[in-house]
Write a protein that binds this ligand. Structure first.
Ligand code: UDP
Length: 373
């Protein structure tokens, strides 16, 4: 059978590979001039540093199959994300851990003492936190909330944490030990030659052709048995019900002769600093050595029609619109909507891969049983 996959990011590549391995013909198109979607990496011309072109991507998963899958296409080297934050005139360790708490409050507490101390800070009048702010106040109290979450979140989401769902904060842990690894997952690492090389490996199959600089045209559906769409869900329908909201990012690139900040990611908690974080890309490849450095100052703002969508906003208004688009998508025969943009969800890379593997398996299962996928 012949399939068209729109988008040469992780979803398109993984699904295309599985279908091609099953003997099908896959045409993968992408409007951009490179593969890899927002995971795209490339060496900086000036410094030779491997750049995470669309912002930092750190691979972490508990899923053994996904870990085995990515390792079969790339050599992964150990990498743990140890984020720092500058807030209220000092540098602290993230996620909030015993070092952060002791330094912030000028204390020398042991784990149990810190746990009790933070419990005293927490606002117990909030029993069922609805918003990001309520969740934070209940979780860590006002002082830590204001230093580490309030300003950063206002900048990142462009609205008050009172208007954001509690679920966003649930991504971040608070630790009563000195573990400053940003992620909990068992498997963590970074592809030695970047994500684009890994995705090129996934796409390297005789059943797959990739066309870059090729925007989707509805006529491309002619003669194709099925379409896998990893572009924006609302974009497939020409935004006919309105646009789903996204935050986009602007990266202000600068170089530095030496080591600019000493770590890969430095967040900025203060509202007065206009950017959310600075990433210094050479620290994503600690096994390489580069004298000069290239960094991104990262600014977040509402995405306009021409901007690259990054974070789905998913507030009340978007949720209602999303439901209408989902109904349209379900009524559209011959198209499967996949990935972060196709399903309008904020997905980590491992989840994207897992879902793509499952989508392909289900699809092939249906074909094998002669059912309509
Ligand atoms: N966040 C924050 N302060 C920080 C880091 C994160 O308030 O220093 C909040 C912010 O609202 C962010 C959310 O926690 O959107 C999730 O953070 P994460 O680091 O998972 O965001 P990502 O790296 O995926 O942008």
């Amino acid at each position: 059978m012949k399939f068209l996959l729109v988008g040469a990011g992780l979803s398109g590549a993984v699904i295309g590979r599985k279908l091609a391995e099953a003997g099908h013909e896959c045409r993968i198109i992408d409007a951009r001039d490179h593969i890899g979607g927002n995971c795209h990496t490339r060496r900086d011309d000036e410094t030779g540093v491997m750049m995470h072109v669309y912002g930092p991507h750190i691979f972490h998963t508990d899923d053994e199959d996904v870990w085995a899958y990515v390792n079969s296409f790339a050599e992964f080297l150990p990498f743990q994300n140890r984020v720092k934050t500058t807030a209220q005139g000092a540098v602290y360790s993230l996620p909030i851990n015993l070092l952060t708490i002791n330094q912030f409050f000028g204390k020398t507490m042991r784990p149990d003492e810190a746990r009790d101390f933070i419990a005293e800070q927490a606002d117990h009048s909030i029993t069922d936190p609805q918003s990001f702010e309520e969740q934070a106040l209940r979780f860590v109290g006002r002082d830590l909330y204001e230093a580490f979450f309030k300003g950063y979140t206002e900048k990142q989401w462009g609205c008050s944490p009172r208007d954001l769902p509690a679920s966003i904060l649930k991504r971040l842990p608070v630790r009563f030990n000195y573990d400053d690894n940003y992620f909990f997952h068992r498997f963590q690492g970074m592809p030695r030659d970047g994500y684009t090389a890994m995705i090129a490996g996934i796409l390297d199959h005789p059943g797959i052709t990739v066309e870059l600089n090729t925007p989707f045209d509805p006529q491309m559906r002619d003669g194709v048995d099925h379409v896998f769409w990893s572009g924006p869900l609302d974009g497939f329908f020409d935004y006919r019900l309105g646009r789903l909201g996204y935050r986009t990012l602007d990266f202000q690139r600068f170089t530095y002769d030496g080591d600019y900040q000493g770590c890969a990611v430095m967040n900025y908690g203060d509202r007065e600093v206009p950017y959310t974080r600075i990433t210094e890309h050479k620290h994503f490849s600690p096994w390489e050595s580069h004298e000069s450095s290239v960094c991104y100052r990262e600014f977040s703002r509402e995405a306009g029609p021409e901007d690259i969508p990054y974070y789905p906003i998913r507030l009340v208004q978007e949720k209602a619109l999303l439901e209408d688009y989902i109904l349209l998508a379900e009524a559209t025969e011959g198209v499967t909507f996949v990935g972060r943009l196709g399903t309008y969800r904020y997905l980590d890379m491992d989840v994207t891969i897992r879902e793509a593997m499952d989508t392909a398996a289900t699809f092939l299962g249906c074909l094998a049983e002669g059912k309509s996928p």
